[in-house]
Ligand binder design. Structure first.
Ligand SMILES: [Zn+2]
Ligand SMILES: [Zn+2]
Length: 231
């Protein structure tokens, strides 16, 4: 679904109403995250719907290395030949050489995500490993995006700003499902740091779109909505 010019949102219920985004800046396609399923079918279906092919995808950018965002990575890399990009800290997890840092199994709100919290606590939910080709850091530019370092949910969590479209891509720093909030405390490694990271989004005071990892994107007046949860 096109939520703004050249911004296509794809979601699935599995993995916590997880979402991924295809960006078309006229020069090629950029994919942010890859949904939960191993076969990448949600992304492939959207590509076909908009009349594009997997090889049109030039970069696959990962917000961080949790299964819900990495599911389709290996298949989509194979189908597209795209350059896979992430923060340095997440590289070994994506490549399958290190497991994602576990969280406590003690339930935290919102309870709708407890199954996912328990999965991360027990080290379940393996993804098909994939090598990262290019490491990103704050201030880098990739495709149409500027890279923002937003550690807290994981140390290598990244967010992105598409200036031309006034769109923020926040990964798991902010969630809109099951409620609009600065992330999911039970799956976030450092909640104070995550909140400080989220507060950087207030600097983007003209943001129109907020696209998050879990839940529907906000397509209008995003800056105003963000201020409501970041007092
Ligand atoms: Zn996550
Ligand atoms: Zn997530």
């Amino acid at each position: 679904m096109e939520i703004a010019p050249g911004i296509y949102s794809m979601g699935q219920e599995e993995g916590g109403h997880v979402h991924a985004f295809l960006l078309d800046d006229g020069a090629g396609l950029t994919l942010i995250d890859t949904l939960y399923d191993d076969d990448g079918k949600g992304v492939l279906a959207e590509l076909s719907r908009i009349g594009r092919t997997p090889t049109d995808v030039k970069n696959i950018i990962l917000t961080h290395a949790h299964k819900s965002h990495l599911g389709g990575l290996a298949s989509l890399k194979k189908a597209s030949g795209a350059t896979v990009c992430s923060h340095d800290w997440e590289v070994d997890i994506i490549a399958g050489r290190r497991e994602a840092t576990r969280v406590s199994p003690i339930p935290r709100r919102p309870l709708e995500v407890y199954r996912l919290q328990l999965g991360l606590a027990l080290g379940l939910g393996k993804h098909a490993p994939c090598e990262v080709d290019h490491r990103l850091k704050a201030g880098d530019h990739i495709g149409p995006l500027q890279v923002i370092a937003t550690p807290g949910h994981t140390p290598g969590s990244l967010s992105f700003w598409w200036a031309d479209r006034r769109a923020l891509f926040a990964g798991d720093v902010i969630a809109t499902w099951p409620e609009f909030a600065p992330g999911w405390p039970g799956l976030t490694l450092d909640n104070e740091q995550n909140l400080r990271s989220a507060q950087q989004f207030n600097d983007f005071s003209n943001a129109e779109v907020l696209a998050v990892g879990h839940g529907e994107p906000i397509a209008h007046d995003a800056a105003k909505e963000i201020r409501k949860i970041l007092k």
